[in-house]
Design a protein around this ligand. Structure first.
Ligand SMILES: Nc1ncnc2c1ncn2[C@@H]1O[C@H](COP(=O)(O)OP(=O)(O)O)[C@@H](O)[C@H]1O
Ligand SMILES: [Mg+2]
Length: 512
């Protein structure tokens, strides 16, 4: 676009205003997405036009616009500054710093509505994006270039999925962008603090259009985030973007469309909301090696109401992403965190992107887990004794449930996940109580680092279950389980009581 810079500017006159929309007459030429200046730094963007007038969305208003004001259009599309130095910064969708660390140094400018990369320059997804969230890495693996929708009711841990994934990208070379749309300042402050505490700003960027930002900025935020990511993509880097959240983006676009007088459709959303989101989602990609092999991975978040997956915007997004993570408020209430509902969550990319070791170990887990949930439900109805086989299944299910639990802000490295799932598969945890399983997982990394650091390196290097690795793991885990069991009689047991859940254990889980 920028190569066809025409040399003239046009001047129009403001005819009317309606909310964040200004109607301007007098432009002979105009294109959608074109930048309009009103003087004193007030700017807008053309979002529609007819024979008489152009409809301009106000992006930044430094001075109140009045009817009769002049509007100046030079034929230039809306572009955003991008650059290396954006890493570590918090910025608005207009690339203005929000962190008080001085002006942002731009390397170049990129259009915010480019065409997404065509299919011929893409390659199939095959590399793991390590999220560090056990349940995801094991059962819903994410690959570079994937679009995975995170959906759930209010306060079910959606944002935590994104922040945990960002936390785990330390030392992986993945650049992370957290795009906040319509968030209150307090919520953003929490994220900023989290990023500071875990040194995420070394490789992360926050782009924020808060709840108090003009609708124009909230509308543009995800596009700008994509453009900032594309700058790194074209250098062959891997980028991860979390959009928090698309529900607010859709609301904001609905507001703009209603002000423009476009006919409202289902739930009053304009007819083109599907097009709008799908065009943006297409910007996630995994480029082929000739083009540097970079990637952009998306985690769009969408908030739903009372578990209603079939609402308009969420079901649109489900159909245009490569899978969804569904977070259930009832699981969250039970204390199963992350509250991922394995029955309703899926990755359509599948196990191609997984480490072979994790793929082999976690293959049967989903079925085992779902069967356990079913069994648990039935066994609660049954009052008389259970068969030994049922008790065994319940015990294993309870251990698996504990394995799939994970605290916030504590990503687990893949090599440790391999060990945990190996121990579960080989029934090495069967003698442990549930609180001990918890201790097992929490201290496994430190234990392995002190006893056999080479094994950890080897697992990461080979990524598959070789005899040498299996032998090493069997020895190490055997020793470790003995170590945990030996703590039972000692006074240190008291310490372990801290780990006991407030929640009563599932029926039969504690019995042996
Ligand atoms: N795995 C987890 N373990 C413990 N607490 C969690 C976990 N995930 C989320 N939480 C807590 O639940 C609350 C809601 O999480 P949040 O990610 O903000 O939800 P949402 O974005 O869906 O509104 C937060 O207080 C967060 O600390
Ligand atoms: Mg949230």
């Amino acid at each position: 676009m920028s190569s066809i810079k025409l040399q003239y500017t046009e001047v129009g006159t403001v005819k009317a205003m309606r909310g964040c929309i200004v109607f301007v007459r007098g432009f002979k030429n105009c294109i959608n997405g074109q930048l309009i200046k009103f003087g004193y730094g007030t700017i807008g963007m053309i979002v529609g036009f007819n024979e008489q007038e152009a409809q301009v969305l106000i992006i930044k208003e430094t001075d109140k616009i009045k009817t009769g004001d002049k509007a100046i259009a030079s034929i230039e599309p809306f572009e955003t500054p991008v650059g290396e130095k954006f890493i570590g910064r918090i910025l608005s969708p207009l690339a203005e710093p929000l962190d008080g660390l001085g002006p942002l140094e731009e390397a170049k400018r990129l259009p915010i509505f480019p065409e997404s990369p065509p299919i011929l320059v893409r390659q199939p997804l095959k590399k793991t994006l390590e999220t560090g969230i056990k349940v995801l890495d094991a059962m819903i693996p994410i690959g570079f270039g994937q679009r995975e929708l995170v959906m759930g009711d209010k306060s079910t841990g959606k944002t935590t999925f994104v922040t945990d994934t960002i936390l785990n990208q330390k030392n992986t070379g993945v650049i992370c962008i957290y795009c906040a749309i319509g968030k209150p300042r307090s919520a953003l402050a929490k994220i900023v603090q989290l990023f500071k505490d875990h040194e995420c700003f070394k490789y992360s960027i926050i782009i924020s259009a808060g709840a108090s930002a003009p609708p124009g900025q909230q509308y543009l935020a995800p596009y700008v985030a994509c453009s900032v990511a594309e700058y790194f993509l074209h250098q062959g880097k891997n980028v991860f973007i979390g959009f928090d959240d698309f529900t607010k983006h859709a609301w904001c676009y609905r507001e703009i469309s209603l002000l423009l007088g476009r006919p409202p459709g289902r739930d009053s959303y304009p007819g083109d909301i599907f097009y709008l989101h799908s065009k943006m989602i297409e910007r996630a990609c995994y480029l082929d090696e000739k083009r540097g092999g970079g990637s952009i991975t998306f985690f769009p978040i969408v908030e739903i109401l009372e578990g209603d997956l079939t609402a308009f915007v969420p079901s649109n997004l489900v159909s245009m992403t490569d899978g969804q993570i569904y977070l259930s408020s009832s699981l969250f209430g039970e204390g199963q965190k992350p509250a991922l509902d394995l029955g309703l969550s899926v990755s359509r990319v599948g196990s191609k992107v997984q480490w072979s070791a994790i793929k082999n170990l976690s293959g049967p887990l989903r079925l085992e887990y779902l069967q356990y949930r079913e069994l648990l439900r039935i066994s609660k109805l049954k009052t008389s004794g259970h068969s030994d086989e049922t008790l065994e299944k319940l015990k294993r299910g309870a251990i698996l449930t504990e394995i799939l639990r994970q605290d916030k802000d504590k990503p687990v490295p893949q090599e440790v996940q391999v060990m945990i799932f190996y121990a579960f598969n080989k029934k090495m945890m069967n003698d442990l109580t549930i609180p001990e399983v918890r201790v097992f997982q929490e201290e496994l990394f430190e234990y392995a680092k002190s006893k056999n650091p080479d094994l950890l390196k080897l697992i990461r290097e080979k990524r598959k279950l070789e005899p040498e690795i299996e032998k090493g793991m069997t020895e190490l885990i055997g020793m470790y389980v003995k170590d945990i069991l030996s703590r039972r009689e000692k006074p240190a047991v008291d310490k372990m009581d801290d780990y006991v859940d407030e929640k009563p254990e599932p029926a039969g889980a504690g019995k042996k």
